[in-house]
Design a protein around this ligand. Structure first.
Ligand code: BTN
Length: 249
């Protein structure tokens, strides 16, 4: 199945596509509804940051999913499925993308050391299941100049030296997300872990992090069932980190 065009709602300007979805009566919203904005006036990023995107040049959209098949304890698998879908879809569009496109834990998409895509996923819970998820995605496409305060951005256009048609990209990206989402629904739990780890930035490499206010050297070994990043320090200590505890330096 492909996400039907009728489920894609285009807006010229919204404060934030995620915020728009949050205000909908989600139980009445059909799964795979997509809210796209040509421009966001108050795009929301991770950790309460603003998401910067030049109007008309990028993909900024939110997708409503109903992953009732997922227990709340397994919600990280949705993050895995979506980030893997975006990274795998993007890789062939970028020169030498197979080795350059990486997932920066938990769900940023990087090309080398630069961020090309960010995600904001919020979940609604009913009982012990996920009743709805709003998957917000910002992908830098044709923007070539970014404000100084945006840390290490890149875009598809900067990487390839050409302009890209937004509508076609959106269709391809949605199909890729849908395919991984259907795998998640159908396959045994944990199936996507290996391909996700294979794309994980800095996995198996010694690198520097800010952990609980201290600079440390450590190696990422994986991600546990709850989505916590697993690292081993130089001293051989194992760390299990939530997002607010660790920063990549
Ligand atoms: C991040 O900080 O990396 C997450 C960025 C998420 C941005 C997207 S753009 C579409 C959707 N609407 C929002 O307000 N945020 C997400």
């Amino acid at each position: 199945m492909r996400i039907e065009d009728s489920k894609i709602q285009q807006f010229d300007s919204l404060a934030s596509t995620n915020q728009y979805c949050e205000l909908l009566n989600l139980p009445e919203v059909e799964e795979f509804t997509v809210i796209v904005a040509r421009s966001q006036t108050a795009g929301i990023g991770q950790r309460g940051n603003h998401w910067e995107a030049e109007p008309g040049k990028n993909l900024t959209f939110s997708l409503v999913l109903k992953p009732a098949f997922l227990p709340v304890a397994d919600q990280y698998q949705l993050t895995q499925a979506v980030s893997l879908a975006v990274a795998d879809w993007l890789a062939p569009l970028v020169p030498q993308g197979a080795s350059r496109v990486r997932i920066k834990w938990p769900n940023d998409i990087y090309v080398d050391d630069n961020k090309i895509c960010g995600m904001l996923i919020t979940n609604r819970v009913t009982g012990d299941r996920l009743s709805a998820s709003i998957v917000g995605i910002g992908l830098n496409v044709n923007q070539r100049v970014f404000p100084d305060w945006v840390p290490n951005p890149t875009s598809l256009s900067l990487l390839t030296g050409r302009e890209w048609p937004l509508e076609e990209l959106l269709a391809g990206l949605l199909a890729a997300i849908e395919a991984r989402y259907e795998e998640l629904r159908r396959d045994p739990p944990g199936t996507l872990e290996a391909p996700y780890l294979a794309r994980l930035l800095r996995r198996g490499e010694k690198a520097t992090y800010l952990y609980q206010g201290q600079t440390i050297e450590a190696t990422i070994t994986g991600v546990n069932r709850f989505g916590h990043l697993q690292l081993v320090t130089l001293a051989g200590e194992t760390l299990s980190c939530q997002m607010k505890e660790i920063q990549f330096l």
